[in-house]
Design a protein. Sequence first.
Length: 299
Amino acid sequence: MMRMGVDLGGTKIELVALAEDGSELFRKRVPTPRNYPDTLDAIIGLVDEAEAETQQKGSVGVGIPGVVSPFTGLVKNSNSTWINGHPLDKDLSARLDREVRIANDANCFAVSEAVDGAAAGKGVVFGVIIGTGCGGGLSINGRVHAGGNGIAGEWGHNPLPWMTSDEFNSTSCFCGNKDCIETFISGTGWVRDFRRAGGVADSGIQISQMMAEGDPLATQAFVRYIDRLARSLAHLINMLDPDVIVLGGGVSNIDAIYTELPKVLPKYVVGRECNTIVVKNEFGASSGVRGAAWLWGKE
């Protein structure tokens, strides 16, 4: 069966069609219209084009930067605000005359890496996307676990664990709370911390490059960052104990994370032991759209 995945982003909509073995049959992206009716038309146009090109009819999954509320059936929490308050899955299903599955894009990332990516074959996979913000998604046996409220994986909006006195009540998050994990371990949070210490940089990648060149402020900022990331992931490990944690987003490209983080994690995991595998993603920016296709698992 051909599986089509759609990644509905704020600036582009991308569709990929996968064969049964995960190989790509079709891929295309178009600019995202900034209104709801045209967004529906754009997705349907991509599906029609993929099916005409491949001469196959396929399933459709969609990853969105938000969730479909299990209470109202309407999209909420999306930064593509024009889809909020609409029954996106139902509208697409009616237009395409088939069931359309929708999941949060971080959950799609986790599913992609669990099915045929860096965590292939593992049972419980937690995906972390660290970029401008910090997202999390959970896959169990290759399928999304969204939870009863549709928010499983939103660990970035819990408070940073084991805060020091200078960390407590020091940041404000867009979600309305203070000291969320996201405000410390996102790329944005890392840059804020570096600048507060007197450094000058625009991204975590830039800080890591400065660290490699021996800059002491960058080195100290990296040590603080790894400690905060370790605390955040240890909190997750203590509750969920996943088989694998897969990192995505821009910050995941910093190789030093994968050598230094395992040294610090046992300090915070209960029992002071930790063999949890933390790996870089395999499919990069394609993980979301591939995961949307794999919302239709091997039934």
